[in-house]
Structure formats: C-alpha cells, structure tokens
Design a protein around this ligand. Structure first.
Ligand SMILES: [Zn+2]
Ligand SMILES: [Zn+2]
Length: 367
C-alpha cells in the first residue's frame, strides 16, 4: 500500500511568493491527513496533486501562526467548494477531525464566529491537554483563556479533550490500519510531535502453492491472508500458515512541530522509517536557534540517530535560506547548506531538505 508525504510549505515565519509555511499532507489508501496549516496553505494545495475535499483529518502541532493561520480559510473554502462531498458525514462520523493543543477549539470557533463563516459539513476539534513541563516560563504572563465556551458553531460536533496516558503519549485514534499518537516536544509554547504507526501487515500469499492446492482466486484469498482457516467445497482444509509468508512490520512516520528539544518523544519515535524534523537555522547559529525554540541541522540529525530513524526530512527553514535551485543573491545561502550539515552527522543519502510541493514516498521495509 503506498504511503507518501507531500510538503506544501517548508518555510518558517511567513509565506513568500516561492515558498509556503508549514503544511504537510500524508496520503495512504483513503487517508489524506494534513499536518499543520500555515497561512496560504490552501493555495499550496491548489498547486499540488492533493485533492482538498479528500482531507479528512488535520493535525496542528502548536498554535503559532505559521502552523495555524491557514486553517479557518482552508475550512471555509472546503465548505464553499465541496459542500456535497463533505456534508455526507454525520456529527458521529464527522467529515473533518481536527487535533491540536488546548486552545485550538476556541481559536477556530472565534475566527469562524466573528467572521460569520458557517461551515457546511460536520467537523470536530479534539484538544490535547499539555502537561506542566510543556509550559514556557512566561506562560502565566501570556496565559489567555484557552477553554472554549458557548454554543457549538454550525457544523461543529463535540470534540474530546485528550490527556497524556501512562505511556507518555496522547492517544489520538486507531483504525484498522493505523494508530496515531502525539508526544510532547519542547518549544516556546506547548508543542507536539505526531507518530503515525502502520499496523503489522499480513504476509504475502504464496500464489503458486494456492493454485497447486486448488484454491480458486477471489474472496478466499483475502480471508486466508487475514489468517482465517478455510474449508474448500471438496472438504480440504487450508491452513493460512502453509500458504502465507511471515507478517511484515508496519511503517512509522514521525512528524515534529517546532522544537529545540524533542527528547520527551525519544521512546515513542524509536525506529521511525521517516522523521520530519525542523532545521530553522544553520549550525553556527545554534545559540540563536535555542533562544527562539528552534533546531539546527546538527540537532535534528542527532535526534534522528538517537531514535534510529531510517531517513530524515528537514523542513521549516528560515527565510535566510533560499529554496534549492534558486539564484542566490550576494550574502544569501541555500537550504542545501542545511542538508549538508545534517548529512555530516546522519550520513549522506538519507537526508532530504524538503522543497515545496515535493512528494516523498515512504518505502515498505525490505522492499
Ligand atoms: Zn514555526
Ligand atoms: Zn513555533
């Protein structure tokens, strides 16, 4: 089953004519999930191969504008342009589920209420309640009212409040193919990383052996593949262990929000097939990066090594760094510098400095 990540925006802070801010779309089978929705993300979607109406879950890492300011506009555009596709769902089975830190529900509801923007389809906002150690020192000074009150917005269903469990994770949801969790990472505001874990895949069918045993191709194949013992019309019993190969490990994709220290996520992210990590500033600007809650390529690559990641994708580049292939003016740097700095730690070949509209395929292990 294919699985890929499309980077719709790879800049930090604010969008530019040639580069959007944080927005990544994960696609697999019928799942189309957006991670962060910075200002202008909807126009990036239009430039890409992503079909906006297919987006059924949106995950927001933290409430900084370069990860969030596109959300209300994206939902309004979906509401206007795809009312039929999107309104077939019910409030029990909403069309779009949104996950993000406490305060996200109030933010979105306030934006939509004050701009008098009804949403034609059902959506819910599930909030992740941060823990004490995620709160910055100046939190009390800034502490706004995060809890929403009042009536639900038209289209809005009751969302859940999700707390950290005993394993240190926020368990967001599980279906037949995936388990999605969040974990805390350190930044200037409560911030999360998301872990998409594909479930173990059944082994491959030995088609030659099935033919030899006289099993007709069709529905029986999938029942056997799912581990069911079946009896043929002639009374012969087919045991899956004789005709199905060993099961295969599912893939793990880890997408982090902004961070200067993702260490609380170390065990949850262990063995990631793909780690998406910010690299806002170059190594020589480490002190500045730490001051503003961000990472350098060396920090990203060190974390990737710590968790045994198979590949590392860098994103969230400062506007100091021009996209790959751009003509450099005097004094400008390219994001290729950031890639090289990460490769010096992680090794060449498995580091990508993401570009806007680039799609990266997540390989099946041992393929
Ligand atoms: Zn950011
Ligand atoms: Zn941020």
């Amino acid at each position: 089953m294919s699985m890929d990540l499309t980077f719709l925006g790879t800049a930090s802070c604010y969008p530019m004519p040639n580069r959007g801010v944080s927005c990544i779309v994960f696609k697999s089978d019928r799942q189309c999930w957006m991670f962060d929705c910075g200002e202008g993300s909807q126009t990036q979607v239009m430039k890409s191969c992503i079909k906006a109406a297919k987006v059924n879950k949106i995950f927001i890492t933290h409430l900084h504008g370069d990860h969030l300011f596109g959300l209300q506009g994206f939902l309004c555009t979906l509401s206007q342009n795809f009312p039929e596709q999107k309104s077939q769902q019910t409030s029990q089975n909403p069309s779009v589920e949104i996950y993000g830190p406490l305060g996200l529900r109030r933010y979105l509801r306030t934006c939509l209420e004050l701009s008098r923007s009804p949403i034609s389809f059902s959506y819910v906002v599930h909030e992740l309640e941060p823990v004490e150690e995620q709160l910055p020192q100046d939190w009390e000074e800034w502490h706004p009212e995060h809890t929403s009150s009042g009536l639900l917005h038209p289209g809005e269903g009751e969302g859940r409040t999700i707390q950290r469990d005993e394993t240190g994770a926020w368990h967001l949801f599980e279906d037949s193919r995936f388990v999605v969790k969040a974990g805390a990472i350190y930044h200037r505001v409560p911030c999360f990383g998301f872990i998409i874990q594909e479930k173990t895949l059944p082994g491959k069918l030995d088609a030659a052996k099935l033919k030899e045993l006289g099993v007709p191709p069709g529905p029986l194949y999938s029942r056997i593949k799912q581990g069911e013992t079946v009896t043929l019309d002639n009374g012969q019993v087919i045991d899956p262990k004789d005709v199905v190969g060993p099961s295969r490990a599912g893939r793990k994709v880890v997408i982090l929000g902004d961070t200067h220290d993702p260490s609380p996520l170390t065990s949850l992210a262990q063995g990631a097939d793909v780690l998406v990590h910010e690299a806002t500033l170059e190594n020589s600007m480490r002190a500045k990066a730490l001051e503003v809650g961000h990472s350098t390529p060396e920090m990203a690559a060190t974390f990737a090594k710590t968790i045994g990641a198979k590949s590392l994708i860098l994103t969230h580049f400062s506007q100091r760094y021009r996209p790959l292939g751009a003509t450099l003016e005097k004094g400008e740097e390219s994001v290729s510098k950031l890639q090289e700095e990460a490769e010096a730690v992680f090794g060449p070949g498995d580091v990508i400095a993401a570009q806007d509209l680039q799609t990266v395929h997540v390989q099946q292990p041992n393929c």
